[in-house]
Design a binder for this molecule. Structure first.
Ligand code: PLP
Length: 397
């Protein structure tokens, strides 16, 4: 259970403090040597952040949860925990753009090799794995492509390889998706999205489901002799978080704890709105195609039923004739906001090709096959009739 406030405050307070006072020199020594569990400095631990992490742990049934300053910081930390120079990662190129660039630019320049695979064909993932592969990384429901990975196939094909199945589950939050059940060892989430209370703060989570044998990972094998199942989380918090400093602020942890309380309500409302909009957009003559996995004819419908109980969330994409047409429609919108980010309470629209993927090198652009006529709509919790009215006037002109 999560801890209660000393005064019984219903909302767990924000501990706006950098440091913590100790009664004796021996106590502070004990905190540093891990012989006396205590908060010592908020870069490596803070009660409000701990409260948030514990709540996520309770909801997911995970073994360990460590919060970070952003989703990107969480991904970076997980890689640093598992990989050394000379190791490689099998990556889906069809992911959120900055994630791909983190691997393709930043981590590659530090000696971690990136091997791309087509995760809609799990056999191609297996083909890339060798004795230096430490991680398989993909988004379960990917942004903005809205493909769902066949996790049964992927996990059974890769089970014998001893490689960590690490999934970004940002678009499949724990209220609808049980990552451990489908064979994922480590989940990464941008808590900026569904978890934060409607788009008010940035944060990230690394979730260890407690299902991987860490002795198989060279970067963790010595630690696993002492720490066993806790080795990954121990290194993540005590070394990576502490040495790199990408900690979640207590204020954002507070907001995101509040967000967890309304997660399933907001998610359901966004899902209901998005499904109605997807059906409406499909019938519109200006729309060439709608991608939404809860549409019965979507190629991902069966997996959406199996993994998410058909609750696909608030993200959909639709295709128009050209970039010019997309810009014209965006510029006519009155209620839907032109903004990046997803799963805000307000509906947000963006043209991925000219924004998130603008910096993509041509070889990666070719891999992802992103249409210049694609618009990404993150559907909020407004009245769906108002959203239809806005899209209708914007598409009509
Ligand atoms: N993962 C996914 C699926 C995302 O959509 C994003 C951001 O849009 C991120 C990770 C990065 O998260 P953050 O913006 O919190 O760093």
């Amino acid at each position: 259970a999560t801890r209660n406030d000393v005064h019984g405050a219903i909302q767990y307070p924000i501990y706006a403090t950098s440091a913590y006072e100790f009664d004796t020199a021996e106590d502070i020594e004990g905190a540093f040597k891990n012989t006396r569990p205590a908060f010592a400095y908020s870069r490596s631990g803070n009660p409000t952040v701990d409260f948030f992490e514990t709540r996520v742990k309770n909801i997911t049934g995970a073994q360990h949860v460590v919060a970070f300053a952003s989703g990107m910081a969480a991904t970076t930390a997980a890689v640093m925990c598992l990989c050394q120079a000379g190791d490689n990662i099998v990556l889906s190129p069809k992911m959120f753009g900055n994630t791909v660039m983190l691997f393709a630019d930043t981590l590659r320049s530090m000696g971690v090799e990136v091997r791309l695979a087509d995760f809609t064909r799990p056999q191609t993932v297996l083909e890339q794995i060798d004795h230096r592969t430490r991680m398989i990384f993909f988004e379960v429901l990917n942004n903005p492509f809205l493909e769902i990975v066949d996790l049964d196939q992927l996990s059974s094909l890769t089970a014998a390889t001893n490689v960590v199945l690490c999934a970004d589950t940002t678009l499949t939050p724990p209220n609808v998706f049980d990552a451990a059940r489908w064979g994922i060892h480590i989940s990464i989430m941008s808590s900026t999205k569904y978890i934060s209370d409607g788009g008010v703060s940035v944060g990230g989570l690394v979730i260890d489901h407690g299902t991987f044998e860490w002795t198989a990972v060279p970067a963790l094998s010595a630690l696993a002799q002492q720490q066993g199942k806790n080795a990954f989380a121990f290194k993540l918090r005590k070394e990576i978080l502490r040495n790199t400093g990408g900690c979640l602020s207590p204020f954002n942890a507070f907001l995101q704890s509040l967000g967890l309380e309304t997660l399933s309500l907001r998610f359901q409302r966004m899902t209901d709105n998005a499904l109605q909009l997807a059906h409406w957009l499909e019938k519109h003559p200006a729309v060439k195609q709608v991608n939404y996995p809860a549409l019965p004819h979507s190629p991902y419908y069966r997996l959406c039923q199996q993994y998410m109980n058909e609750k696909a969330g608030g993200l959909l994409t639709f295709e128009l004739e050209s970039q010019k047409h997309c810009f014209a429609v965006m510029n006519r919108l009155k209620l839907i906001k032109r903004a990046t980010n997803i799963s805000d309470n307000r509906s947000l629209i963006i043209h991925p090709f000219s924004t998130i993927y603008a910096d993509f090198p041509p070889e990666l652009l070719k891999e992802i096959n992103l249409s210049e006529g694609l618009l990404r709509l993150s559907v909020g919790i407004e009245e769906v009739e108002d959203l239809i009215e806005d899209l209708s006037q914007a598409l009509q002109a």
